[in-house]
Design a protein around this ligand. Structure first.
Ligand SMILES: [Zn+2]
Length: 249
């Protein structure tokens, strides 16, 4: 569709929180929305790979990186959080992610478009200056929405979406992206690997569905932990799980 009429969508699709959705699922009710469902919820990070210590890495010429698969999720601004959950709402952390300071929250939202919606989309904290929703290309087909492949935080002119919470709803003019595949790396590891922030590398995966990913962004900083972040489409294409490892080539 060329034009997404958000007003009409809001009227027809989400006349009220808990009303029937025009897509093939039902908009969840308030109680359902805050059900804790970690097993089906956000699988972002939660990586169980052991951290090799730097000495072990030095002993290896391979530039190995553990995989962290991002399921669809949302980062909210405090303003948008208040609209969805009520004034001065505070998120409830339930699980620390591998990236320091990042956490999965108890709270979830409904993400909707003209063709469908997803219930129980996990909120990741802490709050950010601008709301950002990360989905896969397959998710966009189901929603009937479009979004560019972008680095986190690069949201100007990104995709539109409807977000529904227990206390309100948002018609976002931008903020929907397919995250550009990237590697988080601590400054010390970057030195070891001979890489810098914003470098672009290729990575190789093993196994029956092994393949080479190009255009992988390297993000380096003191608050980054070594991890290759991809979405569920990419993980499935390569047969990867959160216990997989890739090699920078
Ligand atoms: Zn990431």
């Amino acid at each position: 569709m060329d034009y997404l009429n958000l007003d009409e969508l809001l009227k027809g699709l989400v006349g009220g929180y808990g009303n029937e959705c025009s897509c093939d699922t039902t908009v969840i009710d308030v109680n359902d929305s805050i059900n804790l469902d970690i097993s089906k919820g956000c699988s972002t990070s939660g990586c169980s790979i052991n951290d090799l210590n730097l000495e072990e890495k030095k002993a290896s010429s391979d530039k190995k990186v553990p995989v962290g698969i991002s399921n669809r999720h949302i980062h909210l601004s405090q303003r948008d959080l208040d609209i969805l959950f009520g004034p001065n709402y505070q998120l409830t952390p339930i699980k620390d992610l591998k990236q320091p300071g990042q956490f999965a929250c108890k709270e979830t939202i409904v993400l909707a478009g003209p063709k469908g919606c997803f219930e129980k989309v996990r909120i990741l904290g802490p709050v950010r200056p601008q709301t950002q929703i990360e989905v896969s290309q397959s998710d966009l087909f189901k929603l009937g929405l479009k979004a560019p492949v972008r680095e986190s935080g690069d949201l100007a002119g990104s995709g539109r979406a409807i977000v529904i919470g227990p206390k309100g709803q948002l018609a976002l003019e931008e903020g929907l992206i397919v995250a550009k595949r990237h590697i988080h790396m601590h400054t010390d590891e970057a030195k070891l690997y001979g890489l810098q922030d914003q470098d672009i590398v290729s990575v190789k995966t093993d196994g029956e569905k092994g393949l080479i990913f190009q255009n992988v962004l390297v993000r380096v900083g003191e608050k980054h932990a070594l991890e290759y972040h991809i979405d569920t489409d990419e993980a499935n294409a390569a047969g990867l799980s959160n216990s997989s490892e890739i090699e920078i080539i």
